[in-house]
Ligand binder design. Structure first.
Ligand code: COA
Length: 405
């Protein structure tokens, strides 16, 4: 068949078929653990994913490597950005370090670009995905823990119970309100919410805080990798936040529970009072922007808003950015970005131009860090005399990037 690609050693890369499912499950559970079975089958059954968005490498009839491409939507200051999302990456130990994941990544990145994704995202093991153009550009929530002696109890008249499918509307509305506070979030569809409330992973639970028979708060808990955490908390006020914190405190060893912040929400305000930092700090998730010109052209309305609110609102000019392997130019006039065009790479940006290497660029474009921070940490990030304009166009953003899976 046309999508079969021959690899070294007689191996073949191809799109998965429904008949591959049991082998994919066996390979993936051996790599990721038995707890992943429900999620994996769900991902494979998702009409937007498998099997036609799933790849396998086979040795004869045997599946020896696999991964799947899901879809996601990132929302940046109100603008939706279509994204591809790679999951369940695994290679049989006897076939590792032979480029099998690299070959499949190339395949799904092509699929993702063809369907119009401007971004790819992954939650994954350290470093590995940087080999494929990903950068640590999606900041996870900061974790804290209850301060010793802090009072945390479910307020009178409130209760916390396991969430169920009937809570979907209330939970989705609470979450939408919480995530709207952030500059960058991942949008969750109703189907994804349904899956979350049904339960994806045996170690995860969803909870609701109830008052007067109304759902006023939502949280998810997870016990995994020796870490118990309470995350995705969405509440309509401080009492709902107190109810969820009180419930978490009553649930065993309070010092061992990491509470994930959600900046700008009542939950966060409560944590300011009752919590202290939790170690280890959270990992950052990966993002890849293969075509910065297309990404920035899509983001033009947002860039224009930022520009219009900056001291450059009345100026006309062009910001040229070299990534050393490519580059782009952002033209602006009258408080609007008028064009984003490709530009030839420069080896050495001068004062008027900006240099950002490709493996740092997603951090800048997604506002993971202040541009000045990036310049301080990376010798090859050069902002020159354009530092102010870069900061205006690419401010550090608040991130609320919860993967539903
Ligand atoms: C991690 C894993 C998926 C890699 O699969 P693989 O088929 O060996 O990967 P590839 O050979 O395509 O690796 C691509 C490149 O990354 C390198 N690499 C492989 N494993 C790596 C790792 N764990 N960390 C860093 N680099 C790694 C390879 O050497 C190769 O480099 P090259 O392109 O310069 O030659 C595989 O080891 C595995 O299944 N591990 C257990 C499950 C797991 O951790 N999955 C990922 C969950 S997010």
């Amino acid at each position: 068949m046309s999508d079969h690609t021959r690899l070294d050693g007689g191996l073949v890369l191809r799109t998965a078929t429904p008949a591959d499912l049991e082998q994919i499950v066996a390979l993936s559970l051996a790599a990721h653990g038995d707890d992943e079975e429900r999620g994996l089958r769900m991902f494979f059954a998702d009409p937007r994913v498998g099997p036609s968005r799933w790849t396998v490498v086979v040795d004869g009839e045997r599946v020896v490597s696999t991964l799947g491409l899901g879809s996601a939507t990132a929302r940046v200051q109100g603008l939706d950005v279509p994204a591809g999302w790679v999951e369940y990456v695994a290679t049989d130990p006897a076939y590792q370090r032979r480029g099998l994941v690299r070959a499949q990544m190339d395949r799904v990145h092509t699929w993702s670009a063809q369907r119009g994704d401007l971004l790819q995202i992954i939650q994954g093991i350290y470093y590995f995905y940087r080999r494929f153009g990903y950068a640590y550009a999606l900041r996870s929530a900061e974790r804290v823990q209850l301060r010793r002696g802090a009072k945390a109890a479910v307020p009178d008249g409130w209760s916390v119970r396991a969430a169920d499918a009937g809570d979907l509307d209330a939970v989705a509305a609470l979450d939408a309100r919480a995530s709207a506070v952030a500059d960058l979030s991942l949008v969750r569809s109703r189907d994804e919410w349904r899956a979350v409330l049904d339960g994806i992973h045996p170690q995860e639970r969803s909870w609701v805080a109830v008052h007067d028979d109304r759902v006023r708060g939502y949280a998810r808990t997870r016990a995994r990798d020796d870490l118990r955490q309470l995350y995705e908390v969405a509440v309509d006020g401080l009492d709902a936040a107190r109810a969820l914190a009180g419930h978490a405190a009553a649930d065993g060893d309070r010092a061992g529970v990491a509470l994930c912040r959600r900046p700008g929400t009542p939950w966060d305000a409560l944590l300011d009072d009752i919590a202290v930092a939790f170690e280890p700090s959270p990992s950052t998730d990966y993002a890849r922007i293969a075509d910065p010109v297309a990404f920035l052209a899509h983001l033009r309305p947002v860039l224009s808003e930022r520009l219009a609110a900056s001291p450059w609102a009345g100026d006309r000019g062009s910001l040229r950015v070299t990534t050393y392997v490519g580059g782009f130019r952002i033209d602006y006039a009258g408080g609007a970005v008028t064009a984003v065009e490709p530009a030839a790479p420069l080896e050495e940006p001068d004062d008027q131009n900006v240099g950002v290497p490709p493996d740092v660029l997603p951090q800048l474009l997604l506002g993971a860090r202040y541009p000045r921070e990036l310049e301080r940490w990376h010798d090859d990030v050069v902002l020159g005399q354009q530092a102010g304009l870069v900061a205006a166009l690419f401010p550090k953003l608040t991130h609320d990037a919860w993967f539903w899976f």
